[in-house]
Design a protein around this ligand. Structure first.
Ligand code: BV8
Length: 241
């Protein structure tokens, strides 16, 4: 790990593994299936066009499920890091980018989260292009509260769609002194390519994961274990506790 004094700006990328111990299934643990569905059938625009009911029910079920889950110590530790780091390193920044579509980072105390793959608790009206917080089902085609058209879809980035806030993420990677990947298999791009970008731009790179991932060879350091244990330990170490 780089000496403390050289680390000012930290970029953290999280994946499904950070929410696994909160009881939210990871993509890989389901053997590439999500709740018995092939990803291509439910997480693509084509799948949605082909069978909108199947896709809406798939997301209704997951949107409901995450509201019964709670953040785990990994989420809380990352919330603590966001609050404490600027006090410890004046001008220092923590940028949290997540591939996850649950709201456990926010409920774990993170105030600024970049959901590059969207969020379960937001819906997008494809008629008037507005987005809003939504906790209920979409299967019954509720009218958009803005334009009253029954054209609401999950505000989730499907395969083949452009991830959100990429400009901000690239800027953060350019300014990063430390890039930390937590709980992701490194299977999905462009997120899986961030470690290479950060490394080429001079950042130190650290992977915190349950097992080696597809990108492990790109990291200066890998620490293996369950996120609820190794993330709080890493944060305490970084905060000099
Ligand atoms: C895009 C929302 C263009 C949906 C998701 C060929 C080569 C390269 C790229 C491509 C290619 N063919 C197609 C592509 C592009 C494609 C892609 O990457 N495909 C893959 C399959 C090859 N990507 C896209 O289409 C993206 N868009 O490329 O647009 C573009 C590019 C750049 C700039 C502008 C435009 C859009 C991808 C977004 C897809 N949507 N989610 C939904 O959630 O329903 S992806 C979805 O799957 C998740 O969001 C997440 O990103 C991914 C799953 O990955 P992980 O989070 O890593 O989860 P996983 O289960 O895989 O791994 C969990 C890890 O945790 C494991 O390592 C495990 O060991 C660990 N773990 C488990 N338990 C614990 C733990 N770790 C710690 N503690 C534990 N307790």
């Amino acid at each position: 790990m780089a000496a403390m004094q050289t680390i000012r700006n930290i970029v953290i990328l999280t994946g499904a593994g950070v929410s696994a111990e909160s009881g939210i299934d990871t993509f890989r643990s389901a053997g590439g299936l999500w709740e018995e569905h092939r990803v291509e059938d439910v997480a693509t625009p084509e799948g949605f066009a082909r069978d909108p009911d199947l896709v809406l029910r798939f997301y209704d079920m997951r949107r409901e499920a995450i509201q019964t889950k709670a953040p785990n110590p990994a989420h809380h530790a990352l919330g603590r890091l966001e609050r404490e780091w600027p006090k410890q390193v004046p001008g220092g920044t923590v940028t949290l980018v997540t591939q996850n579509v649950d709201d456990l980072h926010e409920r774990g105390g993170s105030l600024s989260v970049i959901h590059m793959h969207g969020e379960h608790l937001t819906v997008w009206c494809t008629a008037c292009d507005t987005r809003r917080r939504w906790t209920g089902p979409l299967i019954h085609r509720p009218p958009c509260p803005e334009c009253e058209t029954p054209a609401l879809r999950p505000d989730v980035v499907w395969f083949g769609e452009v991830p959100y806030r990429m400009d901000e993420i690239i800027v953060a990677l350019q300014e990063a002194d430390l890039f930390v990947s937590i709980g992701t298999s490194g299977a999905v791009y462009p997120a899986a390519g961030f470690v290479r970008m950060a490394r080429e731009l001079g950042a130190r790179t650290l992977e915190l994961n349950l097992e080696h991932s597809q990108g492990s060879s790109w990291f200066d350091e890998t620490c293996l274990g369950p996120a609820s244990e190794i993330v709080p330990t890493w944060v305490d170490e970084l905060l000099g506790r």
